[in-house]
Structure formats: structure tokens, C-alpha cells
Design a protein around this ligand. Structure first.
Ligand SMILES: Nc1ncnc2c1ncn2[C@@H]1O[C@H](COP(=O)(O)OP(=O)(O)OP(=O)(O)O)[C@@H](O)[C@H]1O
Ligand SMILES: [Mg+2]
Length: 358
């Protein structure tokens, strides 16, 4: 096992594009760390820097305490799994798995042992004599992982390894990767733009935007206390509602809305952005007791057992998650109840989370 440290890493591509203004990150030994963020935020760049496929413009990269800036990718003791499996089409699965070890002049008996173990671990022992074109997408992805496993590296690097798979298979292989990483106890860095993938897989998540780390934490830490508006809306599905409001005394006011909540905990006063997750809102009768605001249903999306109800209110359109059978029809006037215990407050000018008063 090994930890990976990026210390003041700056990445400026030829041509001047500043992909990473300055990145400091400590990936702990044995953890599955997921880098997540929108397209172009610098996830692959970060991974390729760790792999040694790119050179940082400034800063230091350390693997297991050793500076690796000058170390060639092949000598970094890492193994990478990409979106494109890059299997050798004319070789069998067995030959694909063995290839890297052969190149490193590993003794034949040792290769045989490692290939057999990896194949068993991945459930592909029956497929060793086939060529890649005789495999399904999920099976090919497993072979690609097998090629990484047989190397027994200090660090696994995954770059969107599941994007070529259909939704159902993606879920299955995702669970397999999670179980595998836990079992192998190898430090793993996993890149995805899919927040659900990050939430389900990660020991810790690193949320990135524009080459800058926005927050690092366990999935629940980040979900429960997003550091800013970007993180709040990026993680969680359906997306968190945002309402511009004013903090006055212990009351939160927006057009058509007044919530008297436990707001003493917040130091700041003045303009804020209130974040409310769709399952912390409830719809009922417009004159219902406890209704915090009124509006009408603009749209209703059914998703099997649950529904997303879009309520147009004076303070904006709010998304409410309800049980499908309880979802009011389009055009209905409704009352919306806000759960005051689950409000997220952000500074309106900086977008930063307002912390509880000490
Ligand atoms: N070889 C390159 N030369 C110049 N700019 C590059 C190069 N590779 C990436 N970039 C730029 O650096 C930024 C980060 O790219 P990167 O590939 O790391 O993003 P990403 O987060 O992996 O995105 P995606 O989810 O689309 O894969 C982008 O603006 C991209 O255009
Ligand atoms: Mg990428």
C-alpha cells in the first residue's frame, strides 16, 4: 500500500492553458479516492500526472513518500484502467493478462499463478482462451482490470472505466470494482463525471471544478454539508433547490416564503442562498396546516415509485420528491412544507456554506 501526495501541483499545457492552477491533495494509503467534477475540470489531467503521462509545470508528486517527478511511468509501480479497454485484439484473454508481466520478464510460473488468481477474482476463468471480440463489454472491462491486477501495483488509477457500458452493467461492474478495491486494499484513484458513481464507490470524494478542488470528504460528509453552492448542486439527485433569501433576525424571508428556523446557529446576516433537497419538501393542500408557501404544479415526472413535482411559487420553481401516488396533477394548487431542520445556507456573494456559530 502507498499514499499519493500532490504538493502544490500546477499544470499548464503547451499553448498556455492552465488546467490546474494549484492542486494540493493527499490520497491515503489503501483508500478508494474518487475525483469527480464536470467535463474539463482537470480530473484526467490529475490522474495522468500521478501516472507520469504528463509532467507538472510546478510542484511535487510523491508516491509512498518518494518523489516521482523524474520517474518514468513504467517505474512508478502504478496500473491504469481506461475507458477504452485497449486490449490486444489478436491475443487471447490469457495472453492479454500475461502480456505486461512477460514484458517485464516475470518468470513463467509466476505469470501463470498471477493470471489464474486474477481471473478467479474477476470471474473470468472460463474466458481465458477467448479473444476480446468474443467477449461482452462487461467481460472486456473485467479483462482490462485483470491486466492491472496481475501487475500488483502500489496504486490503481481508473479513468472513467465504465462509460462504455450500459446503465445496468455499469451498476454491476461498479459494485465489483468497489468490492475488488476493498479486498485488494490497494490505493485507488478513480475518475468520473458521474456523481452517483462517486457517491456509491468512494471512501473519499474529491469534488473539482475549473482545476480547483472544491471539497474533500466522505460521500456523506459532502452530501450532508456541501462546502459551497457548486458542490451542493453537483452532488445528489435530483438536484438541490436553491432559493435567494434574506436573513432577518431568526427568520428567513423570500417572496411568498417565511421560515422561522433555528437560525441562531448562523453567524451571517443579510442575503443568503437557501438550499433545500427535494426530499426535504412536501406538497399538500394549499390551505394545509404548516404549509410554508403556496404555488401550483407546473409539471410532474413519474419515476416508478416516486415522482418529481415541479412547483411554481413566488420564490421560484421548486422540485419536490414525493411518493408517486401522492403526486398532485399538473395545474393543481398546492401548499409546500419546508423542513426547517434540513436547510443549507450559503453566502449569496461568495457561494460558500455558512457555518454554524461556534
Ligand atoms: N493535451 C492538452 N493540451 C492542452 N489542453 C489540454 C490537454 N489535455 C487537456 N487539456 C485541457 O485541460 C483541461 C482539463 O482537461 P481534463 O482532460 O483533465 O478534464 P476532465 O476533467 O478529465 O474532463 P472529462 O470529464 O471531459 O474527461 C480542459 O480544459 C482541457 O481542454
Ligand atoms: Mg477526463
Amino acid at each position: 500500500m502507498a499514499d499519493v501526495v500532490l504538493d502544490g501541483v500546477v499544470m499548464r499545457y503547451d499553448g498556455g492553458h492552465l488546467a490546474l492552477p494549484r492542486l494540493d491533495l493527499h490520497i491515503r494509503s489503501g483508500e478508494l479516492c474518487v475525483l469527480v467534477g464536470p467535463s474539463g475540470c482537470g480530473k484526467s489531467t490529475t490522474l495522468r500526472l500521478i501516472a507520469g503521462l504528463e509532467q507538472p509545470s510546478e510542484g511535487e508528486i510523491r508516491i509512498d513518500g518518494r518523489r516521482v517527478n523524474e520517474v518514468a511511468p513504467s517505474d512508478r509501480d502504478i496500473a491504469m484502467v481506461f475507458q477504452s479497454y485497449a486490449l490486444y485484439p489478436h491475443m487471447t484473454v490469457r495472453e492479454n493478462l500475461a502480456f505486461g508481466l512477460k514484458m517485464r520478464k516475470t518468470p513463467a510460473a509466476e505469470i501463470e499463478t498471477r493470471v489464474r488468481e486474477a481471473a478467479e477474482l474477476l470471474g473470468i476463468s472460463e474466458l481465458l482462451a477467448r479473444t476480446p471480440k468474443q467477449l461482452s463489454g462487461g467481460q472486456r472491462q473485467r479483462v482490462a482490470m485483470g491486466r492491472a491486477i496481475v501487475r500488483r501495483p502500489k496504486v490503481f488509477l481508473f479513468d472513467e472505466p465504465l462509460s462504455n457500458l450500459d446503465a445496468q452493467l455499469r451498476g454491476q461492474v461498479r459494485r465489483e470494482i468497489g468490492a475488488l478495491c476493498a479486498r485488494l486494499e490497494t490505493t485507488s484513484v478513480y475518475v468520473t463525471h458521474d456523481q452517483a458513481e462517486a457517491m456509491t464507490l468512494a471512501d473519499r470524494i474529491v469534488v473539482m471544478q475549473g482545476g480547483v478542488i472544491q471539497q474533500v470528504g466522505t460521500p456523506l460528509e459532502i452530501y450532508d454539508a456541501p462546502a459551497n453552492v457548486f458542490v451542493a448542486t453537483f452532488l445528489g439527485s435530483p438536484t438541490m433547490n436553491l432559493v435567494s433569501a434574506e436573513l432577518a433576525g431568526t427568520e428567513l424571508r423570500a417572496p411568498g416564503l417565511a421560515v422561522g428556523a433555528d437560525l441562531d446557529r448562523v453567524r451571517a446576516r443579510g442575503k443568503v442562498v437557501v438550499g433545500i433537497r427535494p426530499h426535504h419538501l412536501a406538497v399538500g393542500a394549499p390551505d394545509g396546516a404548516g404549509a410554508t408557501l403556496r404555488g401550483h404544479v407546473r409539471d410532474r415526472e413519474l419515476h416508478g415509485g416516486e415522482a418529481f413535482v415541479h412547483v411554481e411559487a413566488e420564490c421560484g420553481t421548486l422540485l419536490v420528491r414525493t411518493e408517486a401516488h401522492a403526486a398532485p396533477a399538473k395545474g393543481t394548487s398546492v401548499g409546500v412544507t419546508v423542513d426547517p431542520g434540513h436547510l443549507h445556507l450559503f453566502d449569496a456573494s461568495t457561494g460558500l456554506r455558512l457555518e454554524a456559530a461556534a
